[in-house]
Every structure is written in structure tokens, then in C-alpha cells.
Design a protein around this ligand. Structure first.
Ligand code: SAM
Length: 485
């Protein structure tokens, strides 16, 4: 019998089944306890201080009570506070990225993923460095600066040397005014030594979805292959941090297990990273299971409604206010619009989930043969950027923090010191100007420059505002790029 211990390095102790079950029972018991709920909501609210806002976050138990509550007025308050936190720390900026699939060779047997080894009718493909160059140029031509590279787990076809070579190639390509300035990596759990190599290759965030924190289900859902090892997978982030990677990204695949269990689990994981490494996860992703080649999501019993999904996002925002939250094109426009106000800080746009899905295709064409899952939001990046701006958001292509060494707790310090408006906001506006100048349609460009003009006025420090204005003027009149604070 394992005891709950957030400081332990053993998966069964920091993600403790007994503690999760007790949390769920506690949440059920208190879900209509108005006095307790009011105290929890008060704790979650951002508090204004002289320099900015401070948020204390919530424990997994507190946040689980909010998630369990079905009082309509409580839900309303949760959504409202989530929006307040989002505006206090992230403002109206939304960071843009795109996934880049390198290889769908995989030796695992994941029951929800079409890349599983036994799927013999899906073509297997691995990008050569030349094909990768074409993909990267196509992505640069769309306007992307930040990628998340994805690959199946296959030590023979996709060894770490292949991944490192790809990262090197991606960073080396400078097509016209384009370049990829941050490569996040979503590959299978690996060794400390390999994480160190990824760190040395200059990656941004190391992302690994837990899929499910429910060990028994995890073992059934991953019947074969190295991913079957629940403890090795769950302890991966500790190895990544030991290997020098400061920014790690968590996620669960909603639909595989009961969402309340997953919710408590992911928050416990965040608390564990904070307890052991002094810094929580850089991001949390909230993917939902989708239809894919030989995968029918209806065969899984734990699908969640849009309403519950939105509440999960809001409750995560209250619990871990300093952690970025990512939503992919697995979600449609309507859901994306809603959750942008509840705490999402990063979204993908114009995504292709197939190997070689960008080069040689028009924005309307979409290859399906090697796709990992169906994409719900099929709009082009330009359409997504325009839509964001029309809804009052500032699409940001900024990658400054990690390039200026503001990773891990240094990024959190920036959040807490109230300097975001003097730093992230001008960076967002300058990178948006690059996008408008180099890649946007005339209509998007017009809307964008009007927005930039308005948003520049929000920068509190006069000197910073002046520099930002000058840099944007330079971007418009020359090929000078990559300004940052
Ligand atoms: N192979 C890597 C690993 O083992 O962690 C990760 C890369 S995989 C390409 C990225 C993520 O896609 C997986 O972690 C999983 O959560 C998600 N995924 C797999 N099948 C999916 C499906 N049918 N619908 C939605 N997401 C899916």
C-alpha cells in the first residue's frame, strides 16, 4: 500500500490512488457546501498588489470541490474568476503554434491511437531531412515561429539521434524573413541522458501527455510496448528536469477515464513538480479523444460534454494560475472561442496532424492517410489570426522568454512581478507586426495594425512604449525582424 507523498519520486506515491479516491469522496461530500465553496473561491481570486496581481492557486482537493459542485451560481463564479486570472496574467494575448509530425512509426499498442503497431493499413512515414526542410519552409511561409514536434515511439526508426538531427535542421532554416524560434518536443518518455541532449539542442518545452493517471486503466490502454510501463512514463518529467529541462508540459487525454479522477491527478502532478523542483509545469494541455483511422471514440465510455470540458479548463485556471494552458485544433471554433476566456493561453492554427501534411498542399487541401486524429478546426492560420483579433485577442508569435533565459521559475517571477505588460505585451505586438507584414492577407493586415495601435497604449512604461513603436515602424519599413524585450 503506497502512502501519498508529493515529494516522493515514485509515481504511486506522488500520484496516489488512495489520495485521489479520498479527494473525490471529499469533493462529493462538500459539493454543495456553500460556505466552504465561498472560501475556496475567495482564495482563488487574483489579489491586486502595488506591482500587479498575486494568486495563490488551489490545492487538488479545493479545486476538486469546485469541479464537483453543480450549483449554477458557483459555476458562474468559477468562470468569472477564471476570466479575471486570465486577464491579470496573460492579458488578451494568445500564443500561436503548430504541430509538426516527424514520423508515425511506433512500437506501442495504445488502444486510442491510430499509430499503434498493429495498425497495418496506415502508411508509415518518416520525414527525411530534405522533406523536413520543405515542411519547415511551408510552416514559415504560413507565419509560424513556434512548433511542437511530434513522433511515435520507435527506437529503431525514430531514435534520439533522429529527433536531435531534426531539431538542428529546423533551427537552421531561414527562409525569406521566416525562422522557427522555439521547438517544443512531444516524444515518448526517455532517459535523463536523452533529456539532457534535448536540452542541449535548445528545445523549448518538453511535452508528454500522461494520457490517464488511473494506473489500472493506463496498463489496459497501453497493453504492449515500452509505454506500458506506467511508472517510467509518469516519472518522466522528473527525469526531464534532472536533465536540465526547466519547462515541461503536462496533459491528459480526456475521454479515456473519469474526468474527475484525471483532474485530481494532473493537479497532484503539478504539486509534485513544485514540491520537488520548486517550479510547476510550464503548460497543461487538455486534449480530448478524437475519431481517427481505426479509432472510434464512441467505444470509450468516458467522453465529456463541451460544458464539462469548459469547466475543467476554468478550474485548472483557478488551481494553477501561473501555468500556461494549451488547446489544439482537436476542438472546434465554438469551443475554442469559449475557453479562450477561461484561461487558455496558447492555441494551434492551420494544423496538420499527418506526416508531411504541410508542404505542397493549399490551405484547403488536407492529406488524411497518415493523420493522427481528425482536426475539428480546419481554418487556415490567417483565418484563425483574424478571428482572434475580431474577438478582442492579440495573437502572439513571441518566443522571447526562453530565448532570454526566462524559463522555469524565472518566467513565473515575471508573472508575479507585474512586468507582463511591459514585456510580454510589446513582444506580442512586435511579433504580430512581423506576421502582418510578411504573411497576412490584406484584410487581416488592416485589422491587425488597427489593433496594434490600440494595444500599444496599454504599455505602462513610456520608454518601453516608444521603443516598441519604433521597432514596429522598422518592421513595416525594412526587413529588420526579431526585436524583443
Ligand atoms: N508518441 C508520443 C508519446 O508516446 O507520448 C507522443 C506523440 S503523440 C503523436 C501526441 C498525443 O496525441 C498523444 O500523447 C495522445 O494523447 C494524443 N492522441 C493519440 N491518439 C489520439 C486520438 N485518437 N485523439 C486525440 N488525441 C490523440
Amino acid at each position: 500500500m503506497y502512502q501519498y507523498n508529493p515529494k516522493s519520486l515514485i509515481a504511486d506515491e506522488f500520484i496516489n490512488d488512495g489520495e485521489i479516491r479520498e479527494t473525490l469522496a471529499y469533493a462529493e461530500e462538500h459539493k454543495n457546501d456553500r460556505e466552504l465553496i465561498e472560501q475556496i473561491l475567495e482564495k482563488a481570486r487574483p489579489k491586486k498588489q502595488d506591482k500587479g496581481y498575486v494568486c495563490s492557486g488551489l490545492t487538488h482537493r479545493e479545486a476538486s470541490v469546485l469541479l464537483a459542485s453543480d450549483l449554477p451560481e458557483v459555476n458562474e463564479k468559477i468562470f468569472q474568476i477564471a476570466n479575471e486570472i486570465k486577464l491579470a496574467y496573460y492579458g488578451n494575448r494568445i500564443v500561436m503554434f503548430a504541430p509538426l509530425y516527424l514520423s508515425n512509426y511506433c512500437v506501442n499498442g495504445c488502444l486510442y491511437c491510430p499509430y499503434h503497431l498493429k495498425n497495418k493499413h496506415i502508411p508509415r512515414k518518416k520525414l527525411t531531412q530534405e522533406e523536413l526542410r520543405e515542411e519547415v519552409i511551408a510552416l514559415q511561409d504560413l507565419g509560424h515561429k513556434r512548433l511542437a514536434i511530434e513522433a511515435g515511439e520507435d527506437p529503431v526508426n525514430n531514435p534520439i539521434e533522429y529527433i536531435l538531427e531534426c531539431i538542428h535542421t529546423i533551427y537552421s532554416i531561414h527562409h525569406k524573413n521566416g525562422d522557427i524560434r522555439r521547438v517544443n518536443v512531444n516524444i515518448a518518455a526517455t532517459t535523463v541522458e536523452n533529456y539532457r541532449k534535448l536540452h542541449e539542442a535548445g528545445i523549448g518545452t518538453y511535452i508528454l501527455f500522461q494520457e490517464t493517471y488511473h494506473k489500472e486503466s493506463y496498463l489496459k490502454l497501453h497493453p504492449t510496448g515500452p509505454k506500458h510501463d506506467y511508472n517510467y512514463h509518469t516519472e518522466a518529467m522528473d527525469r526531464a528536469m534532472e536533465g536540465g529541462i526547466d519547462d515541461v508540459g503536462l496533459g491528459v487525454l480526456f475521454g479515456l477515464e473519469l474526468y474527475k479522477y484525471e483532474f485530481a491527478g494532473i493537479l497532484m502532478h503539478a504539486e509534485h513538480l513544485e514540491a520537488v523542483h520548486g517550479v510547476g509545469p510550464h503548460t497543461i494541455s487538455v486534449p480530448r479523444l478524437k475519431r481517427a483511422d481505426d479509432i472510434d471514440p464512441d467505444e470509450f465510455d468516458n467522453g465529456i460534454s463541451d460544458e464539462i470540458f469548459e469547466k475543467i479548463v476554468a478550474c485548472i485556471r483557478l488551481a494553477v494560475p501561473y501555468t500556461g494552458m494549451i488547446i489544439s485544433t482537436r476542438e472546434n471554433e465554438k469551443v475554442r472561442e469559449k475557453v479562450l476566456h477561461l484561461g487558455i493561453s496558447q492555441i494551434s492554427g492551420g494544423s496538420r496532424t499527418s506526416v508531411g501534411g504541410y508542404a505542397g498542399y493549399t490551405p484547403e487541401e488536407r492529406p488524411h492517410d497518415t493523420e493522427q486524429f481528425d482536426v475539428s478546426d480546419q481554418r487556415s492560420l490567417d483565418e484563425v489570426v483574424k478571428w482572434l483579433m475580431e474577438n478582442g485577442h492579440v495573437p502572439s508569435f513571441c518566443t522571447a522568454c526562453y530565448r532570454e533565459g526566462r524559463t522555469g521559475d524565472r518566467f513565473m517571477a515575471l508573472c508575479k512581478s507585474g512586468q507582463i505588460l511591459n514585456c510580454c505585451h510589446p513582444n506580442a505586438l512586435m511579433t504580430l507586426a512581423e506576421y502582418l507584414e510578411d504573411y497576412a492577407s490584406p484584410e487581416t493586415k488592416e485589422i491587425g495594425y488597427a489593433l496594434i495601435e490600440k494595444e500599444l497604449e496599454k504599455i505602462p512604461r513610456e520608454k518601453t512604449k516608444e521603443i516598441a513603436k519604433q521597432n514596429i515602424a522598422d518592421i513595416r519599413s525594412s526587413n529588420r525582424r526579431d526585436f524583443r524585450f
